[in-house]
Ligand binder design. Structure first.
Ligand code: FES
Length: 467
């Protein structure tokens, strides 16, 4: 039996895109579980040592398995060695790419970049193009016509799922896109996702990738051997099955067009080896709800909010079993949905409030009292002054500042952000602002925050004038 329901348009430039906007699904207000602000600040804390250890183990595995595969070349034993090498290089790179792209893996920002750019190359994902694509994925998760990262448009099929595992089509599409960008061809997806000022970077990054691939091809031709290609470039395709293996569990078969990750996203309990390879992204509902929480704190976040979520899927096999069931039904009826029993809890829509209204007294020289200057380094307090939302924050150097409270990129409340050094990180897409100047210091921020004058007097904070 075939369906008579017309297939939806999953492109970012089609009719569904406008429809999502009309229905209020674009840049909507998402359900968030309730977490005490102090606890959330703890969960958002970044470290360097833990991700450094994980990265060293990962790189060690790549070098060890690569050396083993190389030493076994010419024998059939090279086959399993290359399969393992490809999976660790071209597959496990995905989780590293993801976490460092969010900027949440390492506390030190440049360490995230050191991992992000090579991992982007290993996956044949343009670093800038995919950074913006992933911002959108977090803004409009599984909203048809808005999210470029919906892997299984409906109607899906089990056959297509199996084919996806070869990563032949997926890998070649990624590589083809890079060539297109290197040649400077117009790409409507880039036009939608990437702001104009960043589009030149898309082309130049693609040219660097192509340059490396061409050098490897020349090396292969010169040595009349496929081994160079099996070591560099090839794992993007033949190791990609591991990207698919984990990635499929995130959203496949679940609901589309719903502003609540508990219905569209899947948390799966996985074993420690999988969790190492996948960097705890099996806690995917938690990650989408709180993208500022680094991967090593996701198990703790899960324990904190699990009573507000649907039950997690107990293991990877169970996740695949429900995906296959969903695909069988949705192949016939694309509107068929997997059931999720979600607890009826109030949660929070859109913002985390941890401040207070303020209508303090104005001193006779025009300064407005904002209360005691008792914030510790790294703390912030939201204040509303005559209806204007601001954030009093204390940098880790102990400097007190007053800035706009809402992020200039989207509708996110910086009161729920993380203070790192002299910067504050937005909880929604991990963009950052310099607290002292208000300038954006990390994408996707393009527009500065307004900063306001303050002074300390007798242990109290004051700002000049009102809104
Ligand atoms: Fe996107 Fe703040 S809303 S970085």
């Amino acid at each position: 039996m075939t369906t008579t329901i017309p297939a939806r348009d999953y492109s970012l430039v089609g009719s569904e895109s406008a429809r999502a906007e009309e229905r209020g699904l674009a840049e909507g207000k998402w359900f968030q579980a309730e977490v005490a602000p102090d606890r959330m600040q703890q969960l958002m804390e970044r470290r360097d040592l833990r991700p450094l250890a994980d990265t060293i183990i990962w790189v060690g595995l790549i070098i060890g398995l690569g050396a083993l595969a190389w030493s076994l070349r010419g024998s059939w034993w090279a086959l399993p060695a290359f399969i393992a090498y490809g999976a660790v290089l071209g597959g496990a790179a995905d989780a590293r790419w993801h976490e460092s792209g969010h900027g949440t893996a390492f506390r030190t920002p440049w360490l995230n970049d050191v991992v992000y750019y090579p991992a982007s190359f290993l996956l044949a994902r343009g670093a800038t193009h995919w950074r913006w694509s992933h911002f959108r994925h977090h803004t409009d998760t599984i909203i048809v016509g808005r999210d470029a990262e919906i892997v299984f448009p409906r109607p899906p099929s089990v056959g297509r799922l199996a084919w996806t595992f070869t990563h032949i089509q997926g890998g070649l599409t990624l590589i083809g896109t890079v060539f297109k960008h290197a040649a400077g061809w117009k790409d409507p997806v880039v036009d939608v996702l990437v702001p104009e000022g960043d589009r030149k970077r898309v082309a130049w990054e693609a040219r660097i990738y192509v340059g490396i691939w061409l050098a490897v091809i020349v090396w292969s031709i010169a040595t009349t051997s496929l081994y160079p290609l099996l070591l560099i470039g090839g794992p993007t395709i033949y190791g990609g099955w591991l990207v698919v293996f984990f990635g499929v569990t995130q959203h496949a078969g679940l609901r589309e067009d719903v502003l609540d990750h508990r219905y569209s996203t899947r948390t799966v309990l996985m074993n420690p080896i999988f969790r190492f390879l996948y960097l705890n992204m099996n806690y995917h509902v938690e990650h989408h709800m709180f993208p500022a929480v680094p991967y090593y704190n996701l198990p703790a976040l899960h324990r904190e909010i699990r009573d507000q979520l649907a039950l997690p899927v107990p293991n990877t096999f169970a996740a695949y079993r429900e995906i296959v069931t969903a695909f069988r039904h949705q192949h016939v009826d694309p509107t068929w949905e997997l059931e999720r029993e979600v607890p009826d809890v109030p949660g929070v829509r859109g913002s985390i409030v941890q401040g207070f209204e303020w209508s303090g007294e104005t001193t006779n020289d025009g300064w407005l009292d904002l209360g005691p200057g008792d914030l510790a380094a790294g703390q912030s307090r939201a204040v509303t002054i005559d209806g204007s939302e601001r954030l009093l924050a204390c940098t880790e150097d102990g400097d007190m500042v007053l800035i706009d409270r809402m992020c200039t990129h989207g509708d996110a409340d910086l009161a729920g952000g993380t203070i790192l050094g002299c910067e504050i990180e937005c909880p929604k897409h991990n963009g950052r602002f310099d607290l002292r100047t208000g300038e954006g210091t990390r994408r996707p921020i393009k527009e500065a925050l307004t900063t306001y004058p303050i002074r300390m007097r007798d242990g109290r904070v004051e700002t000049f004038g009102t809104s």
